[in-house]
Design a binder for this molecule. Structure first.
Ligand code: ZN
Ligand code: ZN
Ligand code: ZN
Length: 372
């Protein structure tokens, strides 16, 4: 993963910020395993194995990265940032981690840590108060650095080009299955420099009314809506874009709904000023869609944070009261879904700045008719 290329100075700065959050919150130790908090702090991504990889960060002293000995060669040494502690097959690594946590009364552990390890640790460390590490790492990860924003911008530009190809009719649709078009989008995502495809939703006609439809053997016909929502990981950071096209003339009811959707989406983007609550972005899009009579057909939140993960904090949804800060990156993706008929969604990734929200995606927002 190219998060390896994060300069060690940047990683040290992140570690220092995590430790100051730990002190503020009275957390003695942070434990990170699989998931993205570990590479965020160390540049190293743990394999999702039954063998334990775990970083222990106490408020002082050198953090230790416990890794299976056979994985140790994959770890890039970062002198001054953490020590590598390879463990042998005959050793129980949870004992080593528990030993390193001796004296800790409050421990925060990464969200994606496997239950087998969490349970094993709770048995070895009775009396410890357990918290989620997202409380100390998550806030930091929400505020993207300039380098992170550059990476998100590059990933967005890459998928914008694919969206433009779709809108120009250069990706043939009619007569192909959704799965085939999905594979086509995936190839293009990789060809544009992503190291990984995270998803390529292609949903035609009535299938588009299911927001997370899994592309299948449904053959795309003429005169229907095709919703494409795709993204991947490029240099460690994610892209995510949704555009819809119509394979023929745009029906009146679709055009009318799309006009509302476009207005809601752009108002949602514009609402993302720093100091405004995340949920306010959702309120703005939902209000416009509801006022036009489509409220019951907008069945999901307006957006999600994005970074090393496709979906991460914060969430643009009622109840997320966090105030938008410079560097927050998130999607604005309202949708209107008419069961049995069609669905529409329009999605851009937005970054909050002191000068207002900046949309990273620039692909045209209009509903294009592609005749093939
Ligand atoms: Zn989604
Ligand atoms: Zn998406
Ligand atoms: Zn999204």
């Amino acid at each position: 993963m190219s998060s390896l290329s994060t300069p060690v100075e940047e990683l040290l700065r992140r570690l220092a910020a995590v430790r100051s959050a730990m002190r503020e919150q009275g957390i003695d130790t942070v434990l990170l395993s699989v998931g993205h908090d570990l590479p965020y702090l160390t540049g190293y991504t743990a394999m999702p194995l039954e063998r334990l990889t775990m970083l222990t960060v106490h408020t002082e002293g050198m953090p230790q990265l416990f890794v299976p000995r056979l994985e140790a060669p994959r770890v890039t040494e970062m002198p001054g940032l953490f020590d590598i502690v390879p463990w042998d097959e005959t050793v129980e690594p949870l004992d080593l981690v528990a030993e390193s946590c001796a004296g800790s009364s409050t421990i925060a552990i990464g969200d994606q840590t496997w239950a087998r390890f969490v349970v094993g640790l709770t048995h070895r460390l009775p009396g410890v108060r357990w918290e989620r590490a997202v409380g100390v790492v998550g806030d930091l990860r929400m505020r993207k650095s300039d380098a992170e924003i550059l990476a998100l911008r590059a990933a967005a530009a890459a998928v914008d080009e694919i969206a433009a190809e779709l809108q120009r009719g250069e990706i043939s649709l009619v007569g192909r299955t959704e799965a085939d078009v999905s594979a086509d989008l995936s190839r293009r995502i990789l060809a544009r420099g992503h190291e990984k495809v995270n998803f390529a939703i292609v949903a035609a006609g009535e299938n588009a009314a299911s927001p997370h439809h899994h592309p299948g053997n449904r053959v795309i016909k003429e005169n229907e809506v095709v919703l494409c929502d795709f993204g991947g990981t490029m240099n460690g950071y994610c892209s995510d874009i949704t555009r819809c096209v119509v394979t023929g003339e745009i029906p009146h009811d679709v055009a009318a709904a799309y006009e509302v959707l476009m207005a809601a989406q752009s108002a949602g983007v514009a609402a993302g000023k720093t100091g405004v609550a995340c949920e306010a972005v959702d309120e703005v899009t939902r209000q416009i869609i509801s006022d036009a009579g489509y409220g019951e057909y907008f069945v999901h939140r307006t957006g999600h944070g994005i970074g090393m993960e496709e979906h991460e904090d914060p969430y643009m949804v009622s109840g997320d009261c966090r105030l938008i800060e410079p560097g927050f990156a998130y999607s604005v993706e309202p949708g209107i879904y008419i069961p049995g008929k069609w669905g529409l969604r329009l999605e851009d990734i937005v970054v909050a700045t002191d000068d207002g929200p900046v949309s990273l995606n620039r692909a045209d927002h209009n509903l294009h008719s592609v005749c093939s």
